[in-house]
Each structure stands twice: as C-alpha cells, then as structure tokens.
Design a protein around this ligand. Structure first.
Ligand SMILES: Cc1cc2nc3c(=O)[nH]c(=O)nc-3n(C[C@H](O)[C@H](O)[C@H](O)COP(=O)(O)O)c2cc1C
Ligand code: SF4
Length: 465
C-alpha cells in the first residue's frame, strides 16, 4: 500500500483519518480531542451534547416547559451549552494538534440556531462543520460567516451537484471537503434516496468517481473527498490512494472508533461490538426523521420490525373490500378490515397485542397495552428535537405540527439515543452501527478483547491495519 500522506484539511496538514461525528454523545470532546491529538481529525457531535458542572459532573437535562414548543426552546439552549462544552474539551485535549470538527444533523430541531450558537461561543475552537441528514443549503453561508470550513455529507454526485448549484458555489473558499457516505454500509442515518434500492448495494468506487468528476467540473480539484461508510482499514482502499480518478482523499471511520479507550460508550456496548456477526446490522426505515439508518438487530429493533408486521389496512366504516368488522377494547369500538386480515388481527389480540394503533397510512398496528402507554407517553413528552418528527408529528413550523397523524411504527429517537449513551442498556435502545461491525470479532488487532487508545488505533490505521 502507498503510504498515506498528510492532507490539507480545515487549514492544516493532518493525517487524512477522520472520526465521524456520532450523536447523541457517542463522539464527544474527549474522543474528538484524542483524534486531533493523534494528528488526525476528530469530530464531536453537536447534537444534544452533554455539559458538565465545574467538577466535571454531568448536568442532567431536565425539561420544565409545559408545551412542546417551550421544551424545544430549552433543547436549543441545552444544545448550544453542550456543543460549546464539547468544543472546549476537544481543544484542551488536542493541545492544538490535528483538527476539530463538529457534526450537526440538518434536520435536527433548531439546527441553524444551535450551529450559530456554538460557533459564536466556541469561536476559534471548531475548525470545520460536517453536516448531513437533509439538504443543508444554508450550511455554506453559516460556515462562511464564522470562518470555518464546511463538509456536506452526501451519498451521490447528484446531491452534491444540487447543493453546489444552489448555494455552495457562493462560498467555495470555505468548502473543506465533501464526505461521500456509503448509504448501504455506514452506521447511523444515511442518504439512501427513493431511486436507490436498500437491498441492492452499489460499490462506492464508481459513485465516488462520479462525485470527483462533478467536483472537478466545479474547479474543486484540490478539495478532498472524505470516504465514509464501510471503511475498516485503509489497506482495503489501497487503489484509491494517489489515484487521479479519486483525487485527494481522506477516510472517515464511524463504527471502528466506537471501540477505543476514549470512546464514551458503555462497557456493555464495547463488549457487544466484539461479539457481533455478519447480518447483525439492519438497514431500516423506522427513524422518525424518515431517513434510512443502520443499527444492530437487538430487542429494540426487533420490536419495531415485529410491530410493523402486526399491521393491517383498515377503514372506520364498511367500504369496498373492507367488510369484516373487528371489535376491540372494553368500550366495544370497531373497525373494518379485509376478510383475510381479520383472523390475523384476532390472533395478535389473543397473543396480548390487544391495542390497535392508527398509523398515517390508514393501517393499524397491534401492540400490548404497556407498549401503547409507552408510545403515548413518549409522544406527550416530546421536546421537538427534530425539525419534523414522524413519531410525534411535532414540527418546528408555526403550527407546531406536521399536520399528519403521529406514527406508532416509529419511535422517539431523542429518548432512545440519550438512554443508550447514558445507561448500560444496549438491548432495549437503538444501537447504531455500520455493516462492517462484525469485523471486530475476527480482526487480530482486538484479540483477547484488546481496546486500543485512539493514538494506538490511528497509528495502526496509518500502517494499513
Ligand atoms: C453510533 C453511531 C452514531 C452516528 N451518528 C451520526 C450523527 O449523529 N451524524 C452523522 O452525520 N453521522 C453519524 N454517524 C455516521 C458516522 O459519522 C460515520 O460517517 C459512519 O459511521 C461511517 O461508516 P462506518 O459506520 O461504516 O464506519 C453515526 C454512526 C454511528 C456508528
Ligand atoms: S418525539 Fe422524540 S424524536 Fe420526535 S421530535 Fe419529539 S423528542 Fe424528537
């Protein structure tokens, strides 16, 4: 393998090895600072980040607002405080080495205000902003205003072209790089579009060559592509290095840095990573953002899969082929199903999934009374962490709602990601991971449960490991 060369990233020559941003609280000031200290690029998550008191103890985020709108405002204030705290920690740890980036999700609630708030309070501490999940047209303008580099995360040349044509060409000097994230392999949310088949993965090479062509046509020949998603070791990408079809390239890791000493995830989570097998990660579409995402098939995800399987079309009154009346509940309510669906619904009820919940698609899903209560509580407790949420129907528009029915097939991503980040429960919460996660088990680097420091991992990656 050709040796990796340092690359000009966010205003400095650094190793082209990037820790991808991971919310909530999965890539932090501590992990980002360590990546930067090792001479690479660390990315802390600016999504609902934690903050601490003067003794370094976590300050719990307690919401007191009575309405979703009031709690949304609290969330924005917490978000700015948390992101600023993480930027400071990252800088203290890096000691000025490497580069510190911040990641935000464009469709997170109050994104622009949080981004501007952190960049104001942490001026000079953040060198670049990475942003995906949506089409962040305004990212360029905001980054230019604060003099930081910006890195859109895209999954196709087409998405980049749209961003460039509409907005980015106006702030090209601050475009630090373009992250290509493989939507079939990367952990977390991804940019799989309706034209792409989740079951037919496409190889990254030709898609990145397309992206590079698009970038070259825009005069961005020296601007790096950051390859993310499914990158385990640089040696797997040996033919990309020094390859004019690809141009300057850096590599972003999301799943692999989960298992380092500085990674803040629980020991239970770290141990589980070493046990996973091929096929244990599911690309699915249950997220309340509406995006596809990849996570470990644990009880949490299996429950969502099963819930959606216990689903039938219905009508409130007899109509067309909906002729079979199904009575349920103590108050003798009823709905009309297709005759062939009625026995299925009766079987689910007999098994204890007695509560039919309406979805926005004129279907019912059947759940236990306990799950029904939990869904309702989580919807009621919503603090507007997304710009629009399928699960609760919250929207940050003036009406405060998407205008659609809340969707019980989805879940509160705020609650579950906060829980997995702060408790040891990795079975009943959403556990994002990339599809290469099974490689922990067989990679000799991790033999006997070895957990490297970030410095050891970066040195190992530089050797092609
Ligand atoms: C636990 C986890 C959380 C993630 N959260 C985010 C996030 O908040 N924002 C984001 O842009 N990407 C997020 N990602 C994606 C990573 O930044 C990275 O691009 C991706 O994981 C790379 O692919 P890999 O998983 O194959 O290494 C997350 C990934 C993981 C595994
Ligand atoms: S229900 Fe949960 S995921 Fe949806 S906006 Fe509210 S806090 Fe966020």
């Amino acid at each position: 393998m050709k040796a990796l060369q340092k690359l000009w990233i966010s205003g400095k020559d650094v190793w082209p090895l990037v820790e991808g941003g991971k919310g909530i609280g999965v890539s932090t000031g501590a992990s980002a600072g360590a990546w930067a200290a090792a001479g690479g690029v660390g990315t802390f998550s600016g999504v609902n980040a934690d903050f601490y008191d003067e003794n370094g103890r976590l300050i719990p985020m307690i919401y007191t607002g009575k309405t979703r709108g009031e709690r949304h405002e609290e969330l924005i204030a917490f978000g700015i405080r948390g992101g600023t705290a993480q930027a400071r920690i990252a800088n203290d740890i890096s000691g000025g080495a490497g580069r510190i980036h911040m990641n935000v999700m464009w469709e997170m609630g109050g994104c622009e205000r949080i981004l501007e708030g952190i960049l104001t309070q942490a001026r000079g501490l953040v060198h670049g902003v990475t942003c995906g999940a949506g089409m962040p047209y305004r990212l360029a303008e905001i980054a230019a205003k604060y003099g930081v580099y910006y890195y859109p995360i895209v999954s196709s040349a087409r998405a980049f072209r749209a961003l460039w044509k509409r907005a980015y060409h106006k702030s090209k000097e601050w475009l630090g790089g373009v992250v290509y994230e493989d939507p079939w392999l990367a952990g977390g949310h991804n940019g799989l579009s309706n034209n792409e088949n989740p079951r037919s993965p496409e190889a990254p090479y030709p898609r990145v060559v397309d992206l590079r062509r698009e970038m070259n046509a825009a005069g961005l020949t020296d601007t790096p592509v950051v390859m993310a998603g499914g990158v385990w070791s640089v040696s797997d990408f040996a033919d990309w290095i020094g390859n004019p079809e690809i141009g300057p390239v850096a590599f972003q890791f999301g799943t692999r840095p989960l298992l380092t000493r500085e990674s803040p995830i629980s020991d239970e989570w770290k141990t589980r990573l070493l046990e996973l097998n091929p096929g244990d990660v599911l690309l699915h579409r249950f997220s309340p953002t509406g995006f596809y995402s990849s996570a470990v098939r644990n009880a949490f995800l299996n429950d969502l899969v099963a819930r959606s399987e216990r689903q039938v079309d219905f009508r409130a009154a007899a109509e067309g082929e909906f002729t079979a009346e199904l009575a349920f509940g103590r108050r003798g309510r009823s709905v009309f199903l297709k005759p062939e669906d009625k026995p299925k619904a009766e079987a689910w009820i007999a098994e204890g999934d007695t509560e039919p919940l309406k979805t926005p698609d004129e279907t019912l899903v059947f759940v236990t009374p306990e799950t029904s209560r939990r869904i309702l509580k989580e919807q009621t407790d919503c603090m507007g962490c997304l710009s629009a949420c399928n699960f609760s129907n919250w929207s940050q528009n003036e009406e405060g709602t998407t205008g659609r029915r809340a969707d019980p097939r989805s879940f509160c991503i705020q609650k579950t990601l906060q829980s997995i980040a702060h408790t040891g429960d990795i079975e009943h919460e959403l556990m994002f991971a990339g599809h290469n996660v099974f490689r922990f088990k067989s990679d000799p680097f991790y033999r006997n449960g070895f957990v490297p420091t970030v410095k050891e991992l970066v040195e190992h990656l530089l050797k092609g490991g």
